[in-house]
Write a protein that binds this ligand. Structure first.
Ligand SMILES: Cc1cc2nc3c(=O)[nH]c(=O)nc-3n(C[C@H](O)[C@H](O)[C@H](O)COP(=O)(O)OP(=O)(O)OC[C@H]3O[C@@H](n4cnc5c(N)ncnc54)[C@H](O)[C@@H]3O)c2cc1C
Ligand SMILES: *[C@@H]1O[C@H](CO)[C@@H](O)[C@H](O)[C@H]1NC(C)=O
Ligand SMILES: *[C@@H]1O[C@H](CO)[C@@H](O)[C@H](O)[C@H]1NC(C)=O
Ligand SMILES: *[C@@H]1O[C@H](CO)[C@@H](O)[C@H](O)[C@H]1NC(C)=O
Ligand SMILES: *[C@@H]1O[C@H](CO)[C@@H](O)[C@H](O)[C@H]1NC(C)=O
Ligand SMILES: *[C@@H]1O[C@H](CO)[C@@H](O)[C@H](O)[C@H]1NC(C)=O
Length: 362
């Protein structure tokens, strides 16, 4: 039986590991950071582990080029998985809800979106354009649709538990170079293929981080709201469910490595969100702040890297990193591609597009 090692236990490593396990392989996850209660994850020491700091919601992004088409396909695929997992495992950390989009200055891609196109071409459920009177002040375009949110660490812990109960092995190690693992002694035997899902990981020169500051509040919210402001800034909330509070965001700051949250930024985020969606405030008109959050989205010039590679003659690697701000949204679509590339690597042939009947084995 081939032995596959997955480097990384963020949402990408975990989804890929489960997906590849469902193909019938022996799988070991090696990582420095693993999911745990978000209350105890160290905001300073584990800042490079992005998955705890995500929202995380799924948003509609109408594609405008081939790369975005591909991402859209992955998001629709992920949507199907999330719905299936939520139905089967209510404890997984997934909550189904409405997503609301508000845009001050909509691009043509949004302006030209009709309900029919959203449903038929983009595969969206429950899509509805909002009429002017339902839009907050300053907003010129709006819609709502069916979507999902996850409580990141509840969800990632669920994935890890599924992986373990289905026979997966787990090893907490920090490596200096992913290729190290090829020389290790594993119980499951030598490493046939390494899946590199190391997020911000190691020195790919196209990688950079996009800092995100958000604020976690205890106020519940029954929808996920995203507002794109005319000045390029974003105002959003992501209800985490499962007693996880609600994320109010957020900044997108390329190459900003500052690990410390700014109180000024927090105030501004809360003020702008309250103006957009006052329903979230408690009966005194307040937020209950739990904590400020700073995360580093693993972003890549030219987009995510999902490809197979053979290094040092015979070491077979499948790269799966650089998901930026969409790691949760695209996770299962990406895992399907990883599974397909793995087939190619193992059989030396080109795989047909993967049809996942193994969803039910999760
Ligand atoms: C503020 C914020 C909001 C976000 N909101 C959303 C959202 O709403 N929806 C969405 O889809 N996404 C969102 N994201 C993005 C999402 O969180 C990321 O895309 C995703 O978490 C990336 O996952 P990953 O598995 O690639 O990386 P990571 O979670 O960083 O995991 C990397 C793994 O590799 C391991 N690793 C790295 N280096 C080493 C090493 N040297 N040795 C051993 N192990 C190593 C780490 O320990 C870890 O296990 C948000 C991100 C931020 C910061
Ligand atoms: C995060 O990654 C950067 C870049 O690799 C590194 O310099 C820094 O020490 C890391 N931070 C922590 C807390 O590990
Ligand atoms: C593995 O992924 C990281 C990104 O996290 C990248 O920098 C690195 O080059 C990859 N490793 C190898 C051996 O290609
Ligand atoms: C909450 O709102 C009330 C009424 O507006 C105000 O007096 C109080 O100071 C607020 N509490 C906090 C913690 O901000
Ligand atoms: C992926 O693997 C297959 C089969 O080994 C090979 O034909 C193909 O060229 C590989 N692709 C890359 C980018 O290495
Ligand atoms: C690779 O081999 C496995 C096991 O024989 C098989 O299930 C799978 O369909 C093959 N994939 C391709 C692309 O040939």
């Amino acid at each position: 039986m081939p032995h596959i090692v997955v480097l990384g236990a963020g949402v990408i490593g975990l989804s890929s590991a489960l997906r590849v396990q469902a193909q019938g392989h022996a799988v070991t996850i090696v990582a420095r950071d693993f999911p745990s209660g978000s209350e105890i994850i160290d905001a300073q020491n584990q800042i490079n582990y992005t998955s705890p700091w995500g929202g995380a919601h799924n948003r509609l992004v109408p594609p405008t080029n081939a790369a975005e088409d591909r991402e859209h396909g992955m998001s629709v695929r992920t949507f199907d998985y999330m719905y299936a997992i939520q139905a089967r495992y209510p404890e997984a950390g997934i909550t189904l809800m409405k997503g609301i989009e508000y845009i001050e200055n909509p691009s043509d891609a949004y302006r030209s979106l009709t309900e029919e196109k959203a449903r038929k071409q983009l595969g969206m459920l429950g899509f509805k354009l909002l009429s002017r009177r339902d839009l907050p002040q300053g907003v010129n375009w709006g819609c709502e649709y069916d979507t999902w949110c996850v409580n990141p660490m509840v969800y990632c812990s669920f994935l890890l538990r599924r992986f373990a109960i289905l026979g997966g092995s787990v090893l907490r190690r920090e490596v200096r170079d992913p290729r190290e693992v090829f020389s290790w002694d594993f119980e499951a035997g030598p490493v046939d293929v390494l899946i590199n899902a190391s997020g911000n990981g190691f020195g790919d020169e196209n990688m950079f981080i996009t800092r995100g500051q958000t604020c976690l509040v205890a106020n519940p919210c029954s929808v996920t709201v995203t507002r794109q402001n005319a000045d390029g800034s974003w105002t959003f909330c992501v209800p985490r469910g499962f007693d996880g509070g609600t994320i109010i965001g957020g900044t997108k700051e390329p190459d900003n490595w500052d690990p410390n949250p700014s109180i000024e930024v927090r105030k501004e985020l809360l003020r702008k969100f309250a103006a957009t969606y006052p329903q979230i405030l408690d009966r005194n008109g307040n937020f209950t702040v739990m904590k400020d959050v700073v995360g580093r989205r693993p972003t890549r010039k030219g987009g995510m890297r999902v490809e197979n590679e053979t290094v040092d003659g015979d070491k077979r690697i499948i790269h799966a990193y650089g998901l930026g701000g969409r790691g949760y949204e695209l996770s299962w679509g990406l895992a399907d591609v990883v599974a397909q590339l793995l087939d190619e690597h193992l059989n030396g042939t080109s795989a047909p597009p993967y049809v996942s009947e193994s969803k039910s084995k999760l």
